[in-house]
Design a protein around this ligand. Sequence first.
Ligand SMILES: [Zn+2]
Length: 250
Amino acid sequence: MPHRTPARRIRGRRRHPPTGPTPRLTDASADLGNRISHSAAERISGTSIAVNRWHHHSPIQDARETYTTDVPTLIRRNAQFATAESRHGLVINPTGNMMVVACVDPRVDPAHVLGLDNGEAAILRNVGGRITPATLRTMALLSKVGAANTATHRPGDWNLMILHHTDCGMNDLASFPDALADYFEIAPSELERKHVTDPRRSVRTDVDVILENLHGPAFFVSGLIYDVDTGQIETIVPPTPLTLGEASTR
Ligand SMILES: [Zn+2]
């Protein structure tokens, strides 16, 4: 696509930098005559923040408009992360006894919008944050992982939060009923009951799917929606205990 050409050109140029691991910032700093080093910029808290500090300058504006996150950038960020104390001492079980199901939309990352720490919650993300048969199969697998790691189980209740959101890409998929029916593993004629364009109703629907399929004690399911414009979440279904059922699928 023509509009991607500038980004490709910049990435290509970055592969042969004269010096330093971050040619984009180095180039930008040189353009501006700026003396800040790359390592200092990274310490500020990441490449994108450093770029944003200068976005009113036209050379940086150009760089920002053509910038895409590349792998070396993430490797550099990881090097900082790997030295963080907060990653130590974590176990495979989530420290918060929390699981979140959310959409893959980049604006609704539960770690960001819910302030979750690393290790605090198990997070499943799919298109729409929906409870599909595939989601249930994943949960069934996770229950086996949990059963294999009982030594690090934490006491207390468990919570499963289903987080849907406004302006979801599900709206764009509504015109592909066959694909959505495949996704939910239902007939296209049944799709209406999934409420794919109405997050208030879809999150209630998915809470009901959980309540129908998962059973056991000390486990609560809730349904919330996130507003991508305000950044706020709204509780649609407060934490609701699973029924014990005849045979637990946890
Ligand atoms: Zn979405």
